[in-house]
Design a protein around this ligand. Sequence first.
Ligand SMILES: [Zn+2]
Length: 489
Amino acid sequence: MRLFAATIATESNTFSPMPTSLAAYKECVFLRPGEHPEEAPLMCTAPLWVARRRAAADGFTLIEGSCFAASPAGTTNRADYECMRDEILGQLRAALPVDGVLLGLHGAMVAHGYDDVEGDVVERVRDLVGPKCAIGVELDLHCHLTVKRVKGADVIVLYKEFPHTDVVERAEDLLALVLKTLRGQVKPVMSLYDCRQIGSYPTTLPLMRAFVDRVKAMEGKNGILSISIDHCFPYGDVPELGGRILVVADGDKARGDALATEIGQEFISMRGKTAPQYHEVDEGITAALAVDGQPVVLADPADNAGGGAPSDNTTVLRRLIERRVQNAALGPIWDPVAVRLCFDAGLGATFPLRLGGKIGPASGLPIDAEGAVTGLKRDCWQSFGPTQVPLGDCAAVRLGGVEVVLITNRNQALGLELFSNLGIDPRAKKLLVVKSTNHFMAAYGPIAKQVLYIDADGPLCRDYRKIPYQKIQRPIWPLDEVTTPRLIV
Ligand SMILES: [Zn+2]
């Protein structure tokens, strides 16, 4: 038995002013066959990594293709996408015949001229391998689960957890289903229900937690092989944006259809009840300062680099300075030029610094202030679970009562080292402002006296009605009150 595996992935915020080119993939994941490290999977490479570890025991030969992934930002350059795609297709062609293909994709990648990159990849893979080959795909739950890719693949499995702590487990599910398919033990058929809604669904909150646990308990019995809840990615303006439910049944399409519809209708009934409360900026600061105890963590998800934002919006920082808030820290602000200036000024120096507000209109205006350099570190990092995430050269500057962490490699707030590596003790601060949507919770949740969320004016607006969509199919909630959810595959 011969399986081929590869990855091409990013999360494309089509409203982002930062285009994504080959350079962004080279900075993140750019691995040729055999180059993938042994220790752990990288962004979206879990199917290949899991298959490599299981090949001998499960009696198949793995042919490794390239793995390309870029951190979330704007639309990918067309020629660069085609170049990476065609490299993988060329490797697959050379590997033929194969019995199965495992694709580690993200699911919300957009390239110029390709609103549905993953659908394009699946379609071209199918053209090469023919109808009998089993194509398995793992996707992030923040994806556009299009009809094209569902019709083109045999099995699609999405992450179930947000924060995404189950990437490896879902890749194992995918491989197991592909192997069972090839051994003739199951016959996967997919049903897709379109809920016609945009939303945010952290699985750390009770309603969504219970929903995911209930869905997981349905898998592996009554002829149901797998169930995926597609949360959607609200910041990719493509026709098929929206929450969907995917059921993979064993041969019985009618059973899958019925279950996808039932779960889809339950997902619809949760509209508006799954996201945390978002405060206006000043209201959020006031509420945070009123909390007895510290630190209070104030999240600014609208400027989350993990969703493709520049992470250089200055609105919250400006209000903290203007309100003369004391004992606060904020990070990260992505501003490599300001980092360079801080290194040039030197530790302990106070100098007139301009920071943030550079990349686009949603960055706000830069802040000009006398900045005292309180920390400098080359090749800095923060942790995210077992992974060390590189931040490049970093600087900490004090502006009034606020210490700000400036970074060189654009990233969201994940680990406490974002602050502590620059000499800022996050536990000793009254107020910690983090640019992140929910991934920060793993490290900051446990130390926080309280966590509050604000909806500032960064590009990842939490009120989806304010996003200037052009391509999205209507009607869709909450842009429209009346929608027509239905089974579409
Ligand atoms: Zn995601």
